[in-house]
Design a protein around this ligand. Structure first.
Ligand SMILES: Cc1cc2nc3c(=O)[nH]c(=O)nc-3n(C[C@H](O)[C@H](O)[C@H](O)COP(=O)(O)OP(=O)(O)OC[C@H]3O[C@@H](n4cnc5c(N)ncnc54)[C@H](O)[C@@H]3O)c2cc1C
Length: 424
């Protein structure tokens, strides 16, 4: 729809993914996932891999396509229509792959990243603990270094792909010094599925079904030291890096709610009430106006964030957090409006809207809640304004000739006026 945003190569990828989503994923398969009759959608993963659609951002030598973040967002607009569970299966190589590609040794890339992108292995990421997800740095899963291996004990909950994965990237506490800074406590380990690694299923889920979500329990798991990703106690760096794909893919997946909106638009054109199509009622068509405006605004932010990451812009982290919050909230509103427009039939399983609604509620919570996104956005923006922009204005003023300088106030000058008026 917005082809001018994309290069010919990115457009071709988007069209390819659209065909894939339409032709390779049946509604019967999605319904089986809804009923939890599928433990993990490995078949979907293998189909993606057969078309080189896993981790399309990563270099070709590891099985990717060497494309841009913008391309990945464009692909997500199509995959997002399939629901959050398949969206997550599509996103995970981008997230786990980021850690392996950025922080992995060449040997780790050959052993894990390449077969992962080729669909021979499946992986999951384990951050959240029963103790809490938002307070990530309080992680209590312990990895004690004993000679050439770690011994891991602890639990991670809500891990998508706990069932179905061959290996996990797991954040563990490795520094037990009581005064250790929170950024110097945690390490990231690759843990193979094997002895001592168990999956438990304690709850049913409202949405995101059929994606193997469960609790991982580690009991005296021996992990070779060479499975450390990045530096010992350097997990904070990996975490901050992984949050970019984690949140950008969350935002991008939400753009798939164009499917729900288009469905409601077509329905409102055919459904009649009081002798006319319901689209003629302003109460209905204004919901459409509101939804498409929110969707386009979400698109704008998601592509802006994607481009900023491609360009390694200094404010890319803030843009990614903004996009995550805005797109997930917009998607929730879009699906809610679509259901309202469709009336009772929208609430049944005749249409995929009820799945979209169950799924989209999760998007507001996972990969960092809306509240945590706000926390990050304000923090980053305060830093930008107080440290960087102020300095830039001051530098501009210093560079001016004296006449111009007379007419130009800095924040500091204005604050002095304020102080003298306030008598402080
Ligand atoms: C279906 C599903 C799949 C998931 N998949 C994965 C996965 O694959 N891997 C993984 O590691 N995790 C996964 N998660 C976990 C998810 O990321 C966390 O649930 C999420 O980060 C929130 O953590 P929490 O549930 O512990 O809530 P809490 O951290 O306990 O937060 C509860 C509430 O308090 C608010 N809050 C907390 N701290 C603050 C603060 N400082 N300021 C303002 N408000 C605050 C939160 O916004 C929230 O509203 C998944 C969760 C679900 C439900």
């Amino acid at each position: 729809m917005y082809d001018f945003l994309l290069t010919p190569e990115e457009r071709a990828l988007r069209d390819e993914v659209r065909r894939f989503a339409r032709e390779e994923v049946s509604s019967d398969f999605l319904r089986k996932m809804d009923r939890d009759e599928i433990v993990y959608p490995r078949e979907f993963v293998e189909k993606l891999a057969a078309r080189h659609l896993r981790g399309i951002r990563f270099p070709k030598e590891y099985g990717g396509r060497g494309m841009s973040w913008v391309a990945e967002v464009a692909a997500f607009e199509e995959i997002g229509c399939l629901g959050i569970a398949l969206g997550c299966a599509f996103a995970m190589p981008s997230i786990v792959g980021e850690a392996l590609h950025r922080f992995g040794t060449e040997e780790q890339k050959r052993k894990y990243l390449k077969p992962y992108l080729e669909g021979k292995l499946v992986a999951a990421e384990a951050l959240t603990e029963p103790r809490g997800g938002s307070d990530f740095f309080g992680a209590t899963t312990r990895a004690v270094l004993e000679g050439d291996h770690f011994v891991v004990n602890g639990q991670k909950r809500f891990v998508v792909g706990a069932d179905g994965s061959d290996f996990y990237v797991v954040y563990c506490r490795t520094n037990f010094q009581p005064d250790a800074h929170k950024y110097n406590r945690i390490s990231l380990l690759i843990i193979d599925k094997g002895p001592g690694v168990e999956t438990e299923h304690l709850y049913g889920l409202m949405g995101c079904r059929g994606a193997g979500t469960g609790r991982l329990v580690f009991r005296d798991v021996k992990v070779p030291r060479e499975n450390l990703l990045g530096e010992l106690h350097g997990g904070a760096l990996c975490f901050h890096q992984m949050m970019i794909p984690e949140r950008l893919t969350s935002a991008a997946g939400c753009l798939g709610t164009w499917g729900a909106l288009d469905l409601a638009v077509r329905y409102s054109n055919r459904r009649t009430a009081f002798g006319k199509p319901i689209r003629k009622f302003q109460a209905v068509n204004f919901m459409v106006a509101d939804s498409i405006t929110q969707l386009d605004a979400a698109r704008g932010l998601a592509y802006l964030a994607a481009r900023s990451v491609d360009e390694n812009a200094p404010n890319c982290r803030r843009l990614v957090s903004e996009a995550k919050r805005f797109a997930t909230e917009a998607a929730w509103n879009i699906v809610n409006n679509a259901m309202q427009i469709m009336g009772g039939i929208g609430y049944t399983d005749v249409y995929p809207l009820e799945r979209a609604m169950r799924d989209q509620r999760l998007a507001l919570i996972w990969t960092g809640t809306s509240e945590i996104m706000n926390l990050l956005v304000q923090h980053e923006y305060y830093q930008e304004v107080l440290e960087e922009t102020y300095d830039r204005r001051k530098m501009e003023k210093d560079a001016m000739n004296p006449d111009e300088r007379e007419r130009c106030f800095t924040d500091e000058d204005m604050w002095k006026v304020h102080e003298s008026e306030a008598g402080t």
